[in-house]
Design a protein around this ligand. Structure first.
Ligand code: DX5
Ligand code: ZN
Length: 218
């Protein structure tokens, strides 16, 4: 099994205590900080945007992994890069110019990611597979934390894993939605290398403990 990185999603954190939450992610051994940006159009929810990302940037040196759930993300790539993103992931469904969007992210000097919803054929990833540093498979319909994991994701992970291996691509394979200690190991076995988790990490006993529990389940 490949080594697995944990990416706690700030969507489930206590924003009043953002700095402490980030420290607790560091202490719990989280590698990425997953930042969910929603526009109320691409997904039926609003979250937060550039000022929160910039605040997180001031508070941590961890990799800031920005998941853009917004229409026509190319309009804001330069702004998210300037606000401190280390990696930016765009939905294949959100832009008419996917190749241009991932190229722009790399031109900005950031790690480029592509993501598809659970209902989108994996073939939509293929034209950009050689041009990205991360592929994200949604394992819930995006928009909200705390949803139930969609089991068909296991097979989708195995498929994309085989495509990346065939290309010899070092890209990370990330999974997002309903990830917990109950399925983390099976996700890693299916080929995932980065696990995003919101509600499973920011539980009542804090992110540090949540991360330890997730890590032990692997
Ligand atoms: C969902 C977001 C996720 C979300 C995951 O639209 O992309 O990153 O925070 O939350 P959990 O882990 O609770 O399913
Ligand atoms: Zn996300």
């Amino acid at each position: 099994m490949r080594s697995v990185k944990l990416a706690p999603s700030l969507l489930s954190c206590d924003f009043l205590r953002l700095g402490e939450e980030l420290r607790s992610i560091e202490q719990g051994g989280g590698e990425y900080v997953h930042v969910d940006v929603m526009d109320g159009v691409f997904v039926p929810n609003l979250s937060f945007g550039l000022p929160i990302l910039a605040a997180a940037r001031r508070a941590t040196n961890l990799f800031l992994d920005v998941h853009l759930m917004i229409e026509a993300p190319e309009r804001y790539l330069a702004d998210f890069a300037a606000a401190g993103a280390d990696g930016i992931t765009v939905h294949a469904e959100s832009t008419r110019h996917l190749h241009r969007a991932v190229s722009q992210i790399r031109e900005l000097g950031k790690r480029a990611g592509v993501v598809v919803n659970p209902g989108t054929p994996l073939a939509h990833l293929q034209p950009v597979l050689a041009d990205v540093d991360l592929v994200l498979l949604m394992s819930v319909n995006p928009g909200f934390g705390g949803q139930k994991f969609i089991p068909a994701t296991f097979e989708r992970l195995r498929t994309v894993r085989s495509w990346l291996d065939a290309l010899g691509s070092p890209a990370e394979l990330q999974v997002d939605g309903g990830v917990s200690a109950a399925n983390a190991r099976e996700l890693a076995q299916a080929g995932a290398t980065v696990l995003v988790a919101g509600s499973a990490v920011f539980g009542p006993d804090g992110a540090e403990m949540g991360l330890r529990r997730l890590r032990e389940s692997l």
